[in-house]
Design a binder for this molecule. Structure first.
Ligand SMILES: C[C@H](O)[C@H](O)[C@H]1CNC2=NC(N)=NC(=O)C2=N1
Length: 104
């Protein structure tokens, strides 16, 4: 699968707030506590396994950081955009908000 540009990524529905940097897209979710972070991670893991496309995920007490890239393509592809949108939807379903770049 070919890589996509930042403009092509931003054109995907549901990826608002994801940040395109170099060869990956990143987002941070404000969970507020570790148990909620674990629930979000579990939802992300289920989506990743279903897509056979896996993010890097950092779970801390107050937040969950997600980084997506397509290792086989060496950059961001439509798989990353589709999974990013699905992760944002799963976070929304759990009542979890995305943080902006400043962590607000
Ligand atoms: C064998 C397996 O299908 C591949 O290693 C998959 C697994 N998950 C993956 N996830 C991501 N982000 N990039 C890949 O290239 C990738 N490849």
């Amino acid at each position: 699968m070919d890589t996509i540009t930042q403009e092509q990524f931003q054109a995907f529905a549901g990826v608002e707030g994801w940040r395109f940097a170099a060869d990956a897209v990143r987002a941070q979710f404000r969970t507020g506590d570790f148990a909620t972070g674990a629930r979000l991670f579990t939802a992300i893991a289920d989506l990743a396994e279903a897509a056979n496309h896996h993010p890097d995920v950092e779970v801390t007490y107050p937040s969950v950081r997600v980084t997506l890239t397509s290792h086989d393509a060496g950059g961001v592809t439509g798989k990353d955009a589709a999974l990013a949108a699905a992760i944002s939807q799963a976070a929304g379903d759990l009542g979890i908000e995305m943080e902006d770049a400043a962590g607000r």
